[in-house]
Design a protein around this ligand. Sequence first.
Ligand SMILES: [Zn+2]
Ligand SMILES: [Zn+2]
Length: 271
Amino acid sequence: MKTEVAVLASGSSGNAVYISSGKYSVLIDVGLSGREIEKRMKKLNLNPENLSAVLITHEHNDHIKGAGILSRRYNIPIYANQGTWAEGKQKLGKIKNENCNIFSEDFMIGDLAFTPYSISHDAADPVGYICQADGKKIAVATDTGVLTDEAAKKLSGSDFLILESNHDLEMLMTGKYPHYLKNRIKSEFGHLSNDAAADILPDLIGSNFPTVVLAHLSQKNNNPKIAYITVNNNLQKSGLKVGRDLNLECAVQNKPTELFDLDKRYTADEY
Ligand SMILES: [Zn+2]
Ligand SMILES: [Zn+2]
């Protein structure tokens, strides 16, 4: 059995992460249209019919938009906490009773074990997820204005870490966004900056050669090259080397990453 992960889309126009144990597979968030998610899965030779569940992090459109459609089209159960269900209900549309799963603690989907943890974001009850699959730890940490020590502790030692690197602070502040939006993004309930991701990442890296995917990059206030360089600079300062200690990648909005096999050792192209 192979443990596989792909980021199908990442950014403020839509997010989705695919995780599979070989036997069971889920999407964390479906922030793309039904058609677009089908297209992206097909590109990686994945079939939505085989999905065991869809998990939602929070009710913002870029995370929930296509979840209801997918659930109805393929009869897929949706998992979310109470707050997200309440706020996201309208966006999900009608979901069969048997496909509504409200969690309040850790839960299993087949052989995949999920630990939701609180993130700092302007939604009802937003969470990130840590997934254990066949001894591998996969973590999603996006849409959070800050990463608390508690969250960082949970994320450390991951084999596959999807970490928010939303904006370059200078690009954000000198850019065209209205004042209120700039303030929202950089607030503690907004999004992690490149600098914040760079600061925290060295503490999260274990000796297990993880793959780290920088995610939820703003298309206006960031670009993969700046995010990568900012994060990599701080890794180097901390004595960590891409290719020797970890693999570092960037997820983008308009196309999926490759389908990562967690038993393989990846080395990315440098920017
Ligand atoms: Zn988002
Ligand atoms: Zn959000």
